[in-house]
Design a protein around this ligand. Structure first.
Ligand code: ADP
Length: 570
């Protein structure tokens, strides 16, 4: 559609940017190049922040986490072909974690498709397994509608990834200013707000009655409840009923880990013995042992609260509540207030959970109290925990990945505020570290972000420390450096034969790698620490500076276990 009069014209690049602004997009992540550089520049000129990464994979992880943290789809912009393929990492991560995200990729010229064009790829087909919806703007007039369509689909119902494909010829097409205005207005008017299902009174009554009559009730919540911003309703439910609660790793902080009803430190007892479990915004997948015995009691009655009807149908719980976590919990709280019940601290179930938790915590504290040098995982984790706690409110956002580092960190580090923990998540994705840090810093300006990373996990996205420095983000990256995946070479030398027996082990990296110098190459601050005093001083200095920093912590290469707590799967 070419404009024929002398009126100002609007090209595809500008129309995408204007559509994004109209739809409320404030920030994009990506890597520019042919054919999307002009699109990024147009977006910036209209007030959208564009965070330029070194690789689409990290930018995609950032977009997915930004969607989770802000509740609005994170946007990833990529070039065609290989850029789109790199971006799939982020899109698939959004799909698996149920986070809202939109990937926008340029694609090759439509008339040259099938003839071996530059970066030619059938991108709509390759994104298919990872998207809720995809659209290709085959003509400039389709751009505004498609932008609104993918953004609304990504955030509605169970959130997820969506894809928009814009061929390079479409980015160069033009329409007149008045046509652009009409197209934008039409797209905005067609914006449909999908109403989420509401649970009926009868189901609310049933759920409350199950909890009321249970002998050993438990409340479990996950990152779906965090996404729903259900923290106040959840805290109210816990305090009204006195029922112990268990967060999933990213649910941590919705109700503070320090709350007296937290069952985190008595997890096995809580899930193994509860007779009714209200599970809110958390799937009964591998992270929750599929809700099956022997980890759970055979007779447990699950009440599942989830926005996704398919999820409820899949798990076949005793009672399913399809709806938004915050709204449904508000209704449950109202129902309870009308006829209150509360277990109280002397209830045998509450006492048992609390006693077990105290025992486990004191056992762990004994280990944590020791200053072990060369460092094991526990000593530096305790020092980091104390430094993070000393920050107070708003609590720093924690990013964590690695095997032992993430496992130990999950047990030791304390979450007191919602959405302050980002980790490898449902997909066990390694490589999310720097992308998540950047997303967190951009989503919550001024807030400190602390990454606690294994050296292997860090390596996947380490080049993005340049991005941290370039945007001057308040991110402190702590690398637990034990010289490899799981640490030192644990092979039996007698079993290593063949012509490559002298090669480094597949699990090994360069010993003593100077990761702290990596960030200094770009002007950031690096620290190498080997003792408790050195770590304390690096944390104090870097936390108060709120500037990009890498603290390279030397860990005994033989501390920790291969595959962390997932050894049964290796
Ligand atoms: P976790 O990893 O913390 O266990 P999951 O990612 O497995 O959490 O589960 C999150 C669940 O939350 C998903 O099944 C998703 O459909 C659901 N969910 C997402 N948004 C909402 C919401 N607003 N209200 C209720 N459930 C939600």
């Amino acid at each position: 559609m070419e404009s024929k009069n002398s009126e100002t014209t609007v090209d595809g690049n500008l129309l995408v940017a204007r559509s994004l602004v109209l739809a409320g997009v404030e920030c994009m992540f990506g890597v520019v190049g042919i054919p999307v550089t002009s699109l990024a520049n147009r977006a910036v000129a209209l007030g959208i922040r564009f965070i330029a990464f070194r690789n689409e994979q990290s930018a995609g992880y950032a977009a997915s986490a930004y969607g989770y943290l802000t509740g609005k789809p994170g946007i990833l912009l990529t070039v065609s072909g290989p850029g789109c393929v790199h971006g799939l990492a982020g899109l698939s991560n959004a799909a698996t974690n149920a986070w809202p995200m939109v990937m926008i990729s340029g694609s090759c010229d439509q008339k040259d498709f099938g003839r071996g064009d530059f970066q030619e790829l059938d991108q709509i087909s390759v994104v298919k397994p990872f998207v809720k919806c995809s659209a290709k703007a085959t003509d400039i007039s389709k751009i505004p509608n498609h932008v609104f369509e993918v953004l609304s689909s990504a955030a509605s119902g169970r959130p997820g990834g969506c894809y928009l494909d814009i061929p390079s010829d479409v980015l160069h097409q033009t329409v007149s200013e008045s046509e652009a205005v009409n197209l934008l207005a039409a797209a905005e008017n067609s914006r449909n707000q999908e109403a989420s299902e509401t649970v009926g009174n009868l189901e609310i009554e049933k759920a409350v009655s199950l909890l009321r009559h249970a002998e050993r009730p438990l409340i479990v919540f996950g990152k779906g409840a965090a996404f729903a911003r259900a923290e106040n309703a959840l805290k109210k439910l816990v305090e009204l009923t006195g029922i112990p609660f268990l967060p999933t790793p990213m649910g941590k902080g919705l109700v503070s880990d320090t709350h007296e009803l937290a069952a985190t430190a008595s997890r096995s007892l809580a899930i193994g013995r509860c007779d009714v479990a209200l599970v809110i915004g958390a799937r009964l997948n591998w992270l929750l042992h599929f809700g099956e015995s022997p980890k759970w009691s055979k007779d447990v009655k699950f009440i599942l609260l989830d926005i996704s009807k398919e999820e409820i149908e899949l798990r076949k719980p005793y009672l399913g509540l399809v709806g938004d976590a915050r709204k449904v919990l508000d209704s449950m709280n109202k129902e309870i207030k009308d006829d209150p019940f509360c277990l109280g601290s002397s209830h045998p179930w509450v006492e048992a959970i609390s006693k077990k938790a105290k025992e486990n915590v004191s056992r762990m504290e004994l280990q944590l109290a020791k200053d072990v040098v060369p460092f094991n995982f526990l000593t530096p984790m305790r020092i980091i925990r104390d430094a993070i706690s000393a920050e107070g409110s708003p609590a720093p956002i924690l990013v964590s990945e690695g095997a032992n580092t993430m496992d130990v960190g999950r047990a030791v580090l304390v979450q007191t505020e919602p959405r302050t923990r980002l980790d490898a998540g449902t997909w066990g994705t390694m490589g999310v570290g720097m992308g998540y840090c950047i997303a967190a810093a951009v989503a919550s300006p001024g807030r400190l972000v602390v990454a606690v990373e294994g050296d292997s996990g860090f390596g996947f996205s380490a080049m993005e420390v340049e991005t941290l420095v370039r945007y001057d983000l308040p991110v402190v990256v702590i690398v637990f450096n034990n010289g490899g995946v799981y640490g030192g070479d644990r092979r039996n030398p007698e079993e290593i034969t063949g012509p490559y027996k002298d090669d480094p082990a597949p699990t090994s990296f360069v010993p003593g790698a100077a990761y702290h110098i990596l960030i200094e190459a770009f002007g950031g601050k690096g620290y190498l620490v080997e003792t408790p005093e050195e770590l304390k001083s690096a944390l104090a200095e870097s936390f108060s500076a709120r500037k990009p920093a890498v603290i390279n912590v030397t860990i005994d290469p033989y501390a920790g276990a291969e595959s962390g707590r997932m050894q049964h799967k290796n």
